[in-house]
Design a protein around this ligand. Structure first.
Ligand SMILES: Cc1cc2nc3c(=O)[nH]c(=O)nc-3n(C[C@H](O)[C@H](O)[C@H](O)COP(=O)(O)OP(=O)(O)OC[C@H]3O[C@@H](n4cnc5c(N)ncnc54)[C@H](O)[C@@H]3O)c2cc1C
Length: 486
């Protein structure tokens, strides 16, 4: 059997697979591998136990071994892999870069993982119509670099954008610092090509019509596939919306003596009717970790900082920046700085983008939460997180997209300490409960995956769950695609 380690509070649901799991010593295993190699060649099939370790998990703590990892280059190859999987009764788990934080790409029922590393071409860029067709394995930042010379950009900018893929961003409906102003990934997807679990290829939205259609006929299938976490279809191409680069960008750094003051300043900016392009929160624990790694742009001795960015026409953004500076000062910022050049702006962002990585200096393991609260309740919920950290003697770092109320308390710990992982999971659950009690929800951008499957009933009625399951059954009645994820 597959070696599966899932924190015990997680229900690992899944259908009884007709053919059962093909274990490494099962006589059909070699036949499966032979058939896959006939389609993908030797290098397109990963089956060595040591190499499979890299595909056992994503950024969440559950682990499970697949039978094999397939690395197709074309949609036709994906069709063949899916058919082989069905023939042998194997579940299929899609995988991008594996940066997910909720266990979405973890093959908890074994079977085949289909990775998109070789489906990484930008197929076309249509600058006049501000769109591009890309394969799912294109890295988010590479798409940005490809369209930058044309004065365009792809707005969703998860902090993992140097590694995470467009397929993973679509499947998780990823957010990012600038999604406050531009909207999350769903707002930037115009069409999706995907392989269904029976091997049928569908083209939805603009990939079916090839026309900018504000209201394409039929149901909004790109909308259904966006955020489906690999449970409905395998995405093989995406038409993305591109935006025109703004004329001016201003980035403001505000330093605070307390988390409360920074939280109140966030509410004050948004309460004044200003929607900045980004409004990010970094706490003192995170600043300490960044400084320890040599990033000294964020000063020491502050409990929290806000990074605020406004974009638009030169005069309008200057006026908006001045208004924000005044609000930050009135909210108790002990210092407010404005980046004077593009290089300074990039330097300020480098700390925010590198924050999660820097936390690795403080502890070998982390468990990051992804709750959402109404912006007016930020201070209250942050206070609960701090109280929890004190009560449980846990180190919790906070770095998050404050503008849209998306909290990411990050519990730093050493999983080798007996009993600590269970306490950390319980603390994570308490944080999510506090978010829900404050009128928020379970996930802002990291998805449900296996991490939050047990909590869905907190936010959905039985009727909601029935409607969700009906959609799953329409696409994948047998539950073969990414099983164990809701
Ligand atoms: C340091 C760090 C910072 C992060 N910051 C952010 C952030 O700011 N905002 C945010 O939203 N997330 C963030 N994340 C989480 C993660 O990067 C995103 O969820 C990202 O979209 C995952 O992309 P991926 O390519 O790594 O996908 P994976 O982790 O490989 O997969 C994610 C999900 O997508 C499915 N999937 C992947 N490819 C396909 C496909 N072709 N067809 C169908 N399903 C597919 C998988 O089955 C899985 O369910 C961060 C993670 C890290 C480690």
């Amino acid at each position: 059997m597959t070696a599966t380690t899932v924190p015990t509070h997680q229900p690992v649901e899944g259908p009884p697979f007709a053919g059962g799991f093909v274990s490494p010593d099962h006589p059909t295993r070699e036949r499966v591998l032979t058939d896959l190699r006939a389609v993908l060649g030797g290098s397109g099939v990963v089956a060595e136990p040591a190499a499979l370790v890299a595909y056992e998990n994503d950024g969440y703590m559950a682990r499970a071994k697949p039978l094999a990892v397939c690395l197709p280059s074309t949609t036709d190859q994906v069709v063949s892999i899916v058919r082989i999987a069905r023939q042998y009764g194997l579940p299929v788990t899609p995988r991008g870069a594996g940066t997910g934080l909720s266990g979405g790409a973890t093959p908890i029922h074994g079977g085949l993982v289909i990775g998109t590393a070789r489906m990484n071409r930008v197929r076309s860029i249509d600058a006049p119509n501000r769109r591009a067709v890309v394969e799912p394995g294109v890295v988010n930042a590479d798409l940005g670099r490809a369209v930058e010379p044309l004065g365009l950009f792809f707005a969703p900018d998860p902090s993992s954008q140097a590694a995470s893929t467009i397929g993973g961003n679509v499947a998780e409906n990823a957010g990012g610092p600038h999604c406050l102003a531009y909207g999350v990934t769903a707002n930037h997807i115009l069409g999706v090509e995907a392989v269904l679990i029976d091997g049928t290829v569908i083209r939805t939205g603009e990939l079916s019509t090839n026309v900018n259609a504000p209201d394409a006929p039929g149901y909004d299938l790109p909308g259904i596939l966006t955020g489906s976490e690999g449970t409905l279809a395998f995405i093989t191409a995406v038409t993305v919306r591109l935006m025109t680069r703004p004329e001016a960008v201003r980035t403001i750094l505000a330093l605070f003596d307390s988390l409360d003051a920074a939280g109140s300043a966030t509410s004050a900016v948004v309460g004044a009717g200003i929607i900045p392009a980004a409004l990010e929160f970094v706490d003192g624990v995170t600043i300490g970790a960044l400084r320890g790694g040599g990033f000294t742009e964020y000063p020491e001795g502050v409990e929290a900082l806000l990074l605020v960015e406004v974009e638009g026409l030169t005069e309008a953004s200057a006026a908006e920046a001045a208004a924000i500076e005044a609000i930050l000062e009135a909210s108790g910022a002990k210092e407010v700085r404005v980046a004077a050049s593009a290089a300074e702006r990039q330097q300020l962002w480098r700390g925010r983008k590198g924050a999660l990585g820097a936390l690795g200096r403080l502890a070998p393991n982390y468990y990051i939460q992804d709750g959402v609260v109404p912006r007016t309740r930020l201070v209250e919920v942050l206070g609960k997180v701090q109280a929890l950290a004190r009560r449980e003697n846990l180190l919790i770092a906070n770095v998050f997209h404050a503008g849209d109320g998306n909290l990411h308390p990050n519990i730093l710990f050493d999983a080798r300490t007996p009993g600590l992982t269970a306490r950390v999971i319980a603390a994570g659950e308490e944080i999510l409960r506090a978010c829900i009690d404050a009128g928020g929800t379970l996930s802002g951008e990291h998805g449900v995956g296996i991490e939050k499957a047990a909590y869905l009933d907190w936010v959905m009625t039985p009727a909601d769950r029935t409607a969700q399951r009906a959609i799953k059954r329409t696409f994948d009645d047998g539950g073969w695609l990414n099983p164990g994820k809701p």
